[in-house]
Structures are given as C-alpha cells and as structure tokens.
Design a protein around this ligand. Structure first.
Ligand code: ATP
Ligand code: MG
Length: 697
C-alpha cells in the first residue's frame, strides 16, 4: 500500500461529511459570481441609464448574497473541521495501537522524540490539509473556472487575453513545488531531531547535572537549534523567492484587463458595466494564482507527513502475535453487537464508542462512574487543561460503558474500594463487557540449544536447561553476560536466532503471545513507574484486584511500610519515572506489581539490588509463600538472593558456564564459588557447606 492510499482508507468514513462540505463550497463558489454580475447591472442599467428604481432591490440582493455566503462559510468550515478532527482521531489511535504492538527491537532503534513528532507535528500537517487545503483548493479551482466562464460570456477575446498569463503561473508553481519539497523534508528532519534531543535531555537531566555537563549540552542544543533555524530560513527563502513571481503574474492580469478591457470599452465592444463585472471576477482568477504556492507548500507538507507516519506505521514487528489470537483470545461476554474487539477499537471515535455502549449516552455512562472517579480523574488527568480532562473522562466513560478498563491509570484504580471487596470491574456491572480470557500456563520451561544474536553479534549461545513448574532458578554472572536476554527470550520480547524456548512443552512462538506474557510476572531491571498513584502502579497488570490484594502484594514486597508512611499512602502520585521515590522503593513497587499478577512464572531481574540485606532477606522469605507451582527466576549478583534456588545458572559471555545447586557449585570451586568467597570471605573449603550456612542465616 502506498502512503497516500493508506491515508485515503481513513477518508472513507468521512466521505459523507466531505461531500457535504464540498457541496457547500460549490454553492459558495457559485454565489461568488452573483455580486460582480449585479455590480455590472448597477453600472449599466442603473447609473448609466439614470434609472434608480431597481437599486434598493439590487442592494438587498447584494447584501443577501453576502450574508448567505457568510452563513454557508461557517457551516462548511465546521464540516471540514469535524471531518479532519475525526480522521485525525482515527489515525492517531491506529498509529498508537501499532506503536503498542511494536517489539523491543523497534524501540531500540527509534528515538522517542521522533515517535512523538509522528503523533504531533506530522499529524497536525494532515489536520491542516484536511481542515483547510481540501476546500480551499477545490473552492479556488471552482472560482477560477467560474470566473473564466463569466469572462467568456462577457467577451471571448478579453478572456483569451487574460488566459495567456496562465502558463507562466503553472510553470512557476511547478518549479516552486520541486524546490520546496526537499527543503521541507529537511525542515521536518531537523524538527524531529531537535525534539528527540530535548526529550532525551529532559529525561536525562539528572545525569547532565551529576556530570556538570550543562555547558556541553547547551552547546549541543545550540547546534541542533541552529540546524533547525537554518533549515527553516532556507525553506522560507526557497518559498519566498517565488512570492514576487506570483505577485507579478497576478498583477499582470489586472494590467491586461485595464489596458485591453479599457480599450474595448472605448471601442464599445464591451460596456462599462462589463468592465466593472470583469474587474469583479479578477480576484477570482487572482486569488488561486496567488495562493497556488501556499497550497503547493501545504500539500508537500501533507505528503511528507503522511509518508513519515506511514513509514513508521508500516514497520512490522519481528515478534509477531499469532494471526488468530487477537480475535480468539478476546471473548465478548455480553449480548452486544457481536463485533470483535479489534473492530470496535477501530471504529471508536468518541461518538461511535459512546454509541456502541448499550444504554450509554455519555451522560448515563458518566453517571455510572461514581462521582469520586470523575473528580479524581479531573484532578489527576495528566497536567491537562480542563477541556482535555473532560475529553479523557468522556472517553473513559465510553470505556466504562464498554467495560474496557484502562489499567494503570488513576481512573482505572481510584474507584477500587478500600474495604477489601473486589468490585472493580465486575462483568455485568456495565454492558457490554469484554473479558480477556487468558489460558493459565503450568510453568514448565525448557531452553533447547538457544542462541540469539543481534547485529551479527552473538549475545547468548547454545543455552540448554530445563525447569519444572514451581522450581526456583537463580541466574548469576558477570555484567553483560546475557542474563536479562535469557528472560527477554522467554517473554518473547525477542525471538531466538536458533533453538527453541519451550513453555509447557510448546515453542513460545506457537503460544498465544498475550497468554504467554499474561502468565509471566516480571520485575524488570530498569524500573519504570507510570505517572499514577502507587496503587495504580501496583495494580497495573491486574486492575480488577481489590485494594486488599494490592496491599498484600505490597506487604510481600516490603513496600507497605514506606507507602503507608507517605501522607497520601497508596494514593500518592508518583511522578514521571517514579521521581520522589528511592531506587529501592521503586524496585519494591515494581516487585509488588509483578507479584500481584499471581503469575505462573515470576521473573525478578536484579530486583533487590537496591535494597538493604535485611529487606532482601524479608522479601526472600515472603517469596517462599508465593503460590505453589509458580516458577521463579531470580537474577542477582548477591549469592544470598539465589543460594536456596533449586537450580543456579552461572552465565559468562553468553554461555552457561556452571549449572547446579548452591552446594554443588561451591564444591565445583569455579566462578560461583569464587563469587561466594568474595561475598562471604575466605573459609576453609571443608567448612563451606556447614559453616557458611550458619554464617549466612
Ligand atoms: N537488542 C540488542 N541488540 C544488541 N545488543 C544487545 C541487545 N540486547 C542485549 N545486547 C547485548 O547483549 C549483552 C547481554 O545483555 P544482557 O542485558 O542480557 O546482560 P545482563 O547479563 O543482563 O547484564 P547485567 O547484569 O548488566 O544486567 C550485552 O553486551 C548487551 O549489550
Ligand atoms: Mg540484565
């Protein structure tokens, strides 16, 4: 599919609105020929004839046409604005959903700032084209055609004379468009680059400050800023050098009319009224010529933006969910329309979503959400204006009406009762309901000759091990040895280059991707917390859980103590990236989030590295009470975190170099035993298995 075809696929839904808009535009263009025509009559039949009796009627007509034009203009602009906002809504949603479907590899390669530009600046160029350029170009083409027609009815020779100017305009427009396109492309690239730079610097400002690199970053920013400014100036220069040409060409028309038309009027080949009338139509010829350059610019911008958005959109993730799974895993439990979730989502402009929900006018849906939710949502909507908050509530209301919880947001969790009852959201509370029914996995895992390489570099090689459901596996090894990569392969964040990762005897590539991930609770090495309440963050994977369940997960992760000490407790909003919490506190919230999922496989990647020994020991004890049958992977540097594991894998340079229990590995006197000695001191070998146990405990 070409980018433009892709864009056109969004137009279909708004065909009726666009046609209505174009119809109103046609009416306006047609009305535009009335007033110059009446002016000619006033000159010939009223002023020159000295007969003033029809004048009031003619003036009333002039005013009536002007008023009608104004009213129609209001409506067609409204129509195009509505269509453009609707189309943008659909496109933004679709692109955003695609972003969510993209894999780790995509995000490794893309800069956040660039992706943000696709959703903001590029989308706006499309909106501008839809809301303004479509009707402006169409209207001016009509005005131009009508003006020519009228000029031909006045006098063919005069019309032909004026037409002689047109080829020059066409050539100038063509040349301008050729020059402007690369200049505007460069503009966009520089803007995107500047955006990415600013985004990265704001996110990384702590590092900048810690290394006192402000001056260096300012200098780097200056260079990016210079590039953007220069690109802007260059494109403006290209653009502006054509303005005088268009101006000259449009004035040439006036000159032709005044000289040749005046001459014909003197010869009485046309009347004075005809000359006034022709002069009235002149702006209708002039305006499209003058504006042609602007539209070329806007259209170039539009095309560039569509191409850029489509290029990002059309990147297929390497890790693909099985084709059938979107529809198969989503079971619609209500007696609603029977449309699939994907169809529903695709059609969900705000209006349609509200319509789709049974009984749900917006009012009813908002009523269903308790006042508290509404208030909290308004209060907490991400720094947005009241209007944006209201929009979010509206769409939230529509979601509630469709019983599609938006997890991880204050709105999704603030309605959770604190009395321990599980009442968020119960199927049937709101209809229609969509319930994702994920198959529960057992938790047997096998890595069979697994290798993974990226950019022709081997990252893990020939990995073989088997884990029975319910076992605890410790992974230890030097930094960069491939520990996290093993877990990424298990979660299918990447696909193996060769070999198989099997869960319950099935290759993960054959498993439903969402089933697989829903069964895994992962506390990642890089903790990320959403700008939401602590409760919302913990409940991210299970928004339906009761407050007591959230609290229980926090107790297990030893987080309840510090959360309760905060003035707003579980309602404390943690800033972007969890600012305001210590590293260990963030880790514990992340651990609680993984534990609350009650997963078949729990992965703790360096999760207790930032907590003290006492807290770690408490967490270790709590983990023992994790539901029987849950397979637990613990990646850690501290021996104490993994010493009681059923199996310990020791990784080095992408290989498993040692494999066994704590006692076996200590006895093997290799890497692990060395790490043990480093952490617990030199102890005579014969005492290792007895003395160290007492020492550690
Ligand atoms: N997608 C990728 N593309 C290229 N290289 C990668 C990718 N993912 C990981 N690597 C590289 O693979 C190696 C293993 O990375 P991994 O994150 O698994 O190490 P680790 O054992 O978890 O290290 P640490 O203990 O520091 O967390 C590293 O050298 C890393 O740079
Ligand atoms: Mg790691």
């Amino acid at each position: 599919m070409t980018p433009i075809k892709w864009f056109c696929s969004f137009l279909k839904k708004y065909r009726a609105l666009i046609l209505l808009g174009l119809f109103l535009t046609t009416l306006i263009a047609a009305l535009s020929i009335v007033n110059p025509y009446l002016s000619g009559i006033i000159v010939d039949d009223v002023v020159l004839a000295g007969n003033y009796s029809p004048l009031p009627k003619l003036i009333a007509c002039l005013l009536g046409v002007t008023l009608l034009t104004g009213i129609l203009r209001f409506f067609y602009q409204l129509v195009f604005e509505t269509a453009s906002q609707g189309l943008l809504y659909d496109m933004r949603s679709k692109v955003y959903r695609k972003f969510l479907d993209e894999d780790f590899d995509f995000y490794n390669r893309k800069r956040t700032g660039d992706l943000m530009s696709r959703q903001t600046g590029d989308m706006d160029a499309i909106r501008h084209f839809m809301a303004y350029d479509i009707y402006a170009v169409y209207q001016n083409v009509l005005l131009f055609a009508f003006a020519l027609l009228m000029l031909f009815t006045i006098n063919a020779k005069l019309a032909l004379c004026m037409l002689a100017v047109l080829p020059f305009t066409a050539i100038a427009t063509f040349m301008q468009s050729k020059e402007v396109k690369p200049a505007f492309q460069r503009n966009r690239e520089c803007f995107s680059s500047l955006n990415a730079f600013v985004q990265e610097n704001i996110s990384g400002n702590r590092v900048v400050k810690a290394f006192a690199k402000e001056a260096y970053e300012k200098e780097k920013f200056r260079k990016e800023n210079d590039k953007f400014r220069d690109a802007q100036i260059k494109s403006s220069r290209v653009w502006m050098k054509y303005i005088p040409i268009f101006e000259i060409l449009s004035y040439a028309l006036t000159v032709v009319l005044m000289l040749y038309g005046g001459y014909m009027a003197v010869l009485e080949e046309i009347t004075l009224g005809d000359l006034v009338r022709a002069n009235g139509y002149l702006w209708m010829l002039n305006s499209p010529l003058r504006m042609a350059g602007w539209w070329v610019n806007d259209i170039q911008n539009f095309v560039t933006s569509v191409e850029k958005i489509y290029a990002t959109y059309s990147e297929e993730p390497k890790v693909k969910p099985p084709v059938s799974e979107q529809s198969a895993s989503v079971v619609q439990t209500s007696a609603a329309s029977g449309k699939t979730a994907a169809e529903r989502a695709d059609n969900s402009t705000h209006k349609t979503a509200v319509k789709q929900a049974d009984n749900s006018t917006l009012k009813a849906a908002v009523k269903q959400a308790d006042n508290n939710t509404l208030k909290t949502a308004v209060k907490r909507a991400y720094n947005s204006t009241l209007k944006t908050a209201a929009e979010q509530i509206s769409s939230r209301a529509a979601e509630i009406a469709g019983n599609i919880p938006r997890p991880g947001t204050s709105e999704a969790t603030s309605g959770r009762p604190k009395d321990g009852t599980t009442s968020w959201p119960q199927t049937g509370d709101y209809a229609p309901a969509l319930v994702h029914q994920h198959a529960r996995l057992h938790g047997d895992i096998e890595f069979r000759n697994v290798s993974y390489s990226a950019d022709d570099t081997d990252i893990v090689k020939n990995i073989n091990f088997k884990v029975k459901a319910g076992q605890k596996i410790g992974i230890i090894g030097s930094t960069g040895s491939g520990k996290s990569t093993l877990m990424n392969l298990l979660c299918r964040f990447y696909d193996t280059t060769s070999g198989q990762v099997l869960v319950d005897g099935k290759d993960v590539r054959e498993l439903d991707l969402y089933d697989l991930r829903d069964n895994i609770g992962m506390a990642m090495q890089d903790v990320f917390l959403f700008s939401d309440t602590i409760e919302g963050n913990i409940a991210y994977g299970r928004p339906e859980c009761s407050f007591d369940q959230v609290k229980h997960a926090a107790i297990m992760a030893d987080a309840n103590h510090f959360i309760s000490a905060l003035p707003e407790g579980y309602d404390t909003i943690v800033g972007e990236r969890g600012v305001g919490l210590s590293g260990g506190q963030k880790q514990r919230i992340s651990l609680a989030r993984a534990l609350l999922k009650d997963p078949a496989v729990l992965i703790l990647d360096d999760t207790t590295s930032a907590v003290d020994m006492e807290t770690e020991s408490y967490i270790q004890n709590q983990l023992k009470s994790v539901k029987q049958g849950c397979t637990v992977f613990i990646i850690a540097y501290r021996i104490s975190s993994i010493r009681d594991a059923d199996q310990i894998l020791v990784m080095d340079n992408g290989h498993i170099i040692e494999h066994g229990t704590h006692d076996e590995l200590v006895a093997a006197n290799g890497y692990y035993a060395n790490a043990f000695r480093n952490q617990y001191g030199e102890i005579p070998y014969e005492l290792m298995n007895t003395a160290k146990k007492t020492l550690i405990r």
